[in-house]
Design a protein around this ligand. Structure first.
Ligand SMILES: Cc1ncc(COP(=O)(O)O)c(C=O)c1O
Length: 410
């Protein structure tokens, strides 16, 4: 390897984000490069969740909805996430899962864009995005169409039939990054709305939804926001669209007056209509800890470090193991916070890495994914991960039957 361990240590010593690492629980002997799938546990989370369980739920029971502001949590945490993605506090809400939020916003967008029957997306978009669009179209009973095209044909496929362009800003497999502002502008010029999936963007890089004139967005709480497994997701609706957009999931907490218990649905004001049922308070409390940490970091520094970590990893891997094909864009500026490699034995190689304490993940058919969460990943971790990968390849240590056993979650 051209880069030495000492080089990596020097980069860590000069890292302005270095002190964030101690605020996470990171098991000894593990190099965690999967924060793009499930972020690490912030130290504060266990204390805070115990406080909510024992002190609030345990002691104050149902009074806690008012006393401890539980009812405001979707809005409160949403306002904090808004700050991370360039939205106003009243444009973003924490609710449900990313999939459910996609359903709500897609349905609202189709209804608003009458006479335009097409949802346009990338053929390689994350499956849930496509599945939700397919399910919605089926529910609407004909007349609508999901048009999926290869990435390089998306912009030219924008025509007068497209109601909404649905894209994931950072591709989950390759890490390829869309230019939010440029794509939004092109879609608007064609009369389409854009629904952005920010699952791999929020907390990983600066996002400026309002600067881009964005319409709609969704995103995950459990990746770079470190909200915990199954953390609730978020949704963004630009202020000027909020009163025009209807949600098909007209639940009681999205009602204008939930505690009036009226029999007829009336949508709540602004973004609040996109709430549906009772929010998961324990999960929201955990998510808030992750979001609070992200808010303390300068996202420009986060982005800078994320790119540097990715480049260090690639430099080391490509010098030692030229047989890997790069499955991410070559230009780091065109990538999110991950680097993906392609290899026909990708699955077994990832299992061999995990057995040696390096946790990345595998995405079918051949992609090895390495996510770099700059708040807790050190340069030296990345250097060591690359060295272990090189050793696995040199010795063919991946070529063991136990590394071919596929479990439910890959
Ligand atoms: C781009 C993208 N969208 C959505 C999801 C998942 O959404 P949900 O929160 O509904 O599981 C993921 C999960 O990895 C994802 O990568």
């Amino acid at each position: 390897m051209s880069v030495t361990r000492q080089d990596a240590e020097r980069l860590d010593a000069a890292d302005p984000l270095a002190s964030f690492r101690e605020r996470f629980v990171l098991p000894a002997g593990v190099i965690y490069l999967d924060g793009n799938s499930l972020g690490a546990l912030p130290r504060e989370t266990a204390r805070r969740v115990a406080e909510v369980v024992n002190g609030e739920w345990g002691q104050d029971l149902i009074k806690s909805w008012n006393l401890h502001g539980w009812i405001d949590l979707p809005r409160r945490v949403g306002a904090k996430i808004a700050h991370l993605v360039g939205a106003e506090p009243d444009e973003l809400l924490v609710a449900d899962s990313t999939s459910v939020n996609l359903f709500k916003l897609l349905a609202g967008a189709l209804r608003l864009q009458k006479g335009r029957p097409v949802i346009l997306s990338e053929a390689n978009n994350f499956p849930t995005d496509l599945y939700i669009a397919q399910g919605l179209i089926e529910l609407l009973g004909g007349g609508y169409e999901l048009r999926t095209v290869p990435r390089d044909q998306v912009l030219e496929a924008l025509d007068g039939r497209v109601a909404v362009l649905m894209l994931t800003q950072v591709d989950y497999r390759s890490g390829a990054l869309w230019d939010l502002a440029a794509v939004t502008e092109r879609a608007h010029a064609a009369g389409a709305l854009v629904l952005w999936d920010l699952a791999h963007s929020a907390g990983a890089l600066p996002v400026d939804l309002n600067g881009a004139g964005a319409d709609l967005a969704v995103g995950c709480g459990y990746k770079y926001l470190n909200g915990g497994p199954g953390a609730p997701a978020f949704l963004f609706v630009a202020r000027h669209l909020q009163e025009k957009l209807h949600t098909p999931l007209s639940g009681w907490l999205g009602h204008a007056a939930p505690f009036a218990f009226e029999s007829e649905y009336r949508p709540g004001a602004g973004i609040y209509r996109f709430l549906c049922g009772t929010p998961p308070i324990l999960s929201l409390a955990a998510l808030e800890c992750g979001v609070d940490l992200a808010l303390q970091a300068d996202l420009t520094q986060v982005r800078k470090k994320s790119l540097a970590l990715g480049e260090l990893f690639l430099d080391c891997v490509q010098a030692a193991v030229p047989e890997f094909a790069l499955a991410s864009p070559v230009d780091p500026q065109q990538r999110g916070s991950q680097v993906s490699l392609r290899h026909p034995e990708g699955f077994a190689i990832v299992q061999a890495l995990i057995a040696r304490g390096v946790i990345g993940d595998f995405r079918a058919p051949h992609v090895l994914r390495f996510g770099f969460a700059p708040l807790y990943t050190r340069y030296v971790d990345v250097w060591e991960a690359a060295a272990i990968l090189a050793e696995i390849m040199a010795t063919r240590a991946w070529n063991q039957p136990e590394y071919r056993v596929r479990r439910t979650v890959t």
